[in-house]
Design a protein around this ligand. Structure first.
Ligand SMILES: [Zn+2]
Length: 88
């Protein structure tokens, strides 16, 4: 008997925020994919290598601090997409 594909309704967003939220070992993070339009290089905390300008990557910042302070955005970090995916 063939498996039936059940059409899933599109999940409604839980929040208005366009930023994805991910749980890691050290807490929850907001994650925003960047297209690499930046004008500067960043150092990835995952591998300590540079993220070249123009390279698509992700920016992550801690949810908890974001709730406490607007300044949490200053704690954002730029990660290689693959390094972020590997982070626990
Ligand atoms: Zn990296």
């Amino acid at each position: 008997m063939p498996r039936r594909r059940v059409a899933r309704p599109t999940a409604a967003p839980l929040r208005q925020s366009p930023d994805a939220r991910e749980r890691k070992a050290d807490g929850d993070w907001f994650v925003r994919p960047m297209r690499g339009s930046s004008t500067k290089d960043y150092r990835c905390p995952g591998c300590s290598q540079l993220i070249r300008r123009g390279l698509p990557h992700v920016v992550a910042w801690p949810v908890e601090k974001a709730l406490l302070s607007e300044a949490a955005i200053d704690e954002r970090r730029h990660w290689h997409t693959t390094c972020w995916a590997r982070k626990h």
